[in-house]
Design a protein around this ligand. Structure first.
Ligand SMILES: [Zn+2]
Length: 228
């Protein structure tokens, strides 16, 4: 079988999603070198880490974490770029399985009730064809044995009028609007919000401000990568 597979790869080689070298028959998505080179984010105990520091005084997250450190032109960037813009949803599954396996070795996330993704604007989703977080979230939900819920938190249209106000909002980085269509769906629940890359944290903060309208909600955040 392995022989057949390597013959197949000889004619239809697949390439590493980080460095573009040809993958060996026993490698999937990324090569062994890249697997070792990818910079893991040090989550510590998911309570005191640079992500929590970034949100300190802004929002109150119970736990936060990420799989990788994100650097410009780094390997994590390349991987997430392929997932988002090259129709490589298999990378989402791969990253979800990787992070999910790490999380099952800690009890921290056993108290989470469900996973929700940062939503894409419907227009963007139509254009891309998928939310890059869906496969990632579903893989995480499989490992953590909790529900994955899409469609209750929505990204709404930006207002087309009031150009000056829009410009001002963009300057403040608060132009993104989210809407929770059911304020009771997550009542008394511990929600795990997932995102691809956390940089300024503005998107997560906007989602949080909408989610916190739910009575007795607890919110944690996990990302594929955190900008260092
Ligand atoms: Zn590689």
């Amino acid at each position: 079988m392995k022989k057949l597979q390597s013959v197949f790869q000889l004619f239809f080689p697949s390439f590493c999603s980080c460095c573009e070298n040809t993958l060996l028959f026993n490698e999937t998505i990324i090569c062994t070198d890249c697997r070792h080179d990818l910079p893991f984010f040090d989550n510590k105990n998911f309570v005191s880490n640079p992500i929590q520091d970034a949100f300190m005084g802004r929002i109150n997250l119970k736990y936060s974490g990420a799989l990788f450190e994100y650097r410009k032109k780094g390997k994590a960037q390349k991987l997430i770029h392929n997932l988002k813009y090259k129709d490589r949803q298999d990378i989402g599954v791969f990253l979800g399985n990787w992070l999910g396996t790490i999380l099952t070795h800690t009890n921290t996330f056993s108290e989470i009730d469900c996973i929700i993704p940062v939503p894409l604007h419907p227009k963007k989703k139509r254009k891309r064809g998928y939310n890059q977080l869906t496969k990632f979230g579903k893989a995480l939900s499989y490992h953590l044995q909790i529900d994955y819920v899409e469609g209750i938190l929505l990204r709404t249209s930006k207002t087309e009028t009031q150009t000056y106000k829009k410009r001002l909002e963009r300057f403040r980085n608060t132009e993104t609007k989210f809407e929770l269509i059911d304020n009771l769906a997550f009542r008394k629940k511990h929600i795990l919000l997932i995102d691809d890359v956390i940089t300024t944290g503005a998107t997560v903060e906007s989602c949080y401000q909408e989610l916190i309208k739910t009575p007795n909600i607890t919110i944690s955040v996990l990302a594929m990568a955190f900008t260092v």
